[in-house]
Design a protein around this ligand. Structure first.
Ligand SMILES: Cc1cc2nc3c(=O)[nH]c(=O)nc-3n(C[C@H](O)[C@H](O)[C@H](O)COP(=O)(O)OP(=O)(O)OC[C@H]3O[C@@H](n4cnc5c(N)ncnc54)[C@H](O)[C@@H]3O)c2cc1C
Length: 434
């Protein structure tokens, strides 16, 4: 098996271009008080569109897509390396046409959409002319989809949707929402729900309020009520009862990209805490001279490198085997590890910056909140750890050890003796060596 930790020189040149472009042109957009997803805002479009064209000219637009949809056919390793850079700037995913949740929604439409659905929803979504939302979580329960009660009932040529959805990110800007609803209440647990495309302008779609994550000025996590919302029968996505399978399609590669964007955010925090450590003066020198500070830098570097390698190894495995099933355990593992790595590095960055670190003049507390969000959004850490454990234990299911297993010292010694029987030869050897 070949192991190689080098990036091919041609692709490295692209990464260098992305790094310079994001630092010089894209990062400043995050300071203008506009939102990356507000596609109806002319001020946003005036600054974002020219940069999107620059990216298109470089052939780097929407690289996550397969070649059939105009993407580059880059594998997950290359996409991961790109996303590491994009993670450093809030506008970067939008400027490069790979922003969640549109990416996941586009994946669903590409896989399951009809030709008309692709033309009406997918094409403008890929061009970032519109944005979309994913409406799954409900107020009474998020982690447990079997608690969802939003229903869709067939009435002639239409489906009629009723219920409430909570934290549908970007609902207020979305042109359409992908809604998960119970269509077959008596079916087995994982066959009860179906996925629908719901244009946001459909009568009965009402945003109750837009909730903000702590520190956000204008929230974009929409609490939405669907009251007798009628969509044509052909707005069912995929098969009736197929919502679970479809939601898995949505999340595989996206989780790896998200993890690599987190690597990028952490890399930036480590960079900033290191700059502060070597420049903040104390009585005897700079704070980087203290071992206690060195420990924090070292821990951050070590944890970040471990995490990055784990993410890239997962990406590499996807590229090699082209099968998400093989990497289910590792995708869940990096999802579970991500909030902790991010949290600990953000906390150290704050601490090393002292009072400035906790102030609203630095972005670090935002990093701490973002790390907490990562432990909740797309399922809490506990749920992903359960997946890791179950997948891991699968290979051990058939082993039935006796009360004293065969790896006890007594059992192993006995097995070794039998292997080296007859004992006289062993005894002779022992005598010769005495
Ligand atoms: C910023 C953000 C954006 C989001 N965007 C979207 C979106 O676009 N669309 C959408 O549909 N949803 C979205 N969500 C919702 C997200 O998917 C849910 O928050 C998540 O599934 C958890 O559900 P919950 O918030 O109801 O928490 P709960 O289900 O109430 O869980 C709360 C806590 O209970 C514990 N817990 C729950 N279940 C288990 C378990 N099985 N084992 C052990 N412990 C458990 C955990 O500690 C967990 O953190 C978003 C959430 C956030 C924070």
């Amino acid at each position: 098996m070949a192991w190689d930790f080098e990036t091919d020189p041609d692709f490295q040149r692209k990464l260098d271009w992305i790094e310079d472009f994001v630092r010089d042109k894209v990062e400043p957009l995050g300071l203008l008080g506009i939102h990356p997803y507000d596609v109806r805002n002319p001020a946003r479009n005036a600054v974002v569109r020219p940069l999107q064209r620059d990216v298109q000219k470089q052939g780097l637009w929407a690289c996550h897509l397969g070649a059939e949809l105009g993407g580059q056919g880059y594998g997950q390793v290359k996409l991961g390396l790109m996303n590491e850079i994009l993670g450093g700037a809030s506008f970067a995913p939008v400027v490069f046409g790979c922003q969640a949740p549109d990416t996941g929604n586009a994946e669903i439409l590409a896989h399951y959409g009809t030709a008309q659905q692709k033309e009406r929803y997918l094409a403008p979504l890929l061009a970032n002319e519109i944005v979309s939302a994913f409406s799954m979580t409900e107020p009474q329960g998020g982690s447990d989809p079997t608690a969802f009660i939003t229903s869709a009932v067939r009435d002639g040529d239409e489906w009629v949707i009723n219920g409430e959805k909570w934290f549908s990110t970007n609902g207020k800007w979305a042109e359409f929402l992908i809604v998960m609803a119970v269509t077959d209440p008596d079916a087995p647990r994982h066959k009860r729900m179906s996925m629908f495309i719901v244009p946001a302008s459909t009568p009965g779609v009402e945003i109750i309020r837009n909730v903000g994550v702590y520190g956000q000025e204008n929230g974009s996590e929409s609490y939405i009520r669907y009251s007798d919302v009628r969509v044509p029968a052909d707005h069912l996505l995929g098969e009736q009862g197929g919502a679970f399978v479809i939601s898995q399609t949505r999340l595989g590669g996206g989780r790896v990209h998200h993890a690599m964007r987190t690597v990028g955010s952490c890399r930036r925090l480590l960079d900033l805490m290191s700059r502060r450590a070597v420049s903040r003066k104390t009585r005897t020198g700079v704070i980087a001279d203290y071992q206690a500070v060195q420990m924090q830098i070292a821990d951050s570097y070590i944890e970040l490198e471990q995490f990055k390698l784990f993410v890239l190894k997962t990406a590499w495995t996807i590229d090699k085997y082209q099968d998400y099933r093989t990497v289910r355990k590792d995708i869940a593992a990096i999802k579970a590890l991500m909030p902790k790595v991010y949290h600990d590095i953000a906390a150290r960055c704050i601490h090393i910056h002292g009072s400035l670190g906790v102030s609203n003049e630095m972005p670090f507390v935002g990093g701490l909140i973002a790390s907490m969000v990562m432990g909740i959004a797309d399922g809490p850490t506990e749920v992903h750890k359960v997946t890791v454990a179950k997948e891991h234990l699968r290979q051990y299911r058939d082993v039935s050890d006796p009360m004293f297993p065969d790896y006890s010292l007594l059992a192993r010694r006995e097995a070794a003796r039998q292997m080296f029987d007859p004992m006289e030869e062993l005894a002779e050897l022992a005598e010769a060596n005495a």
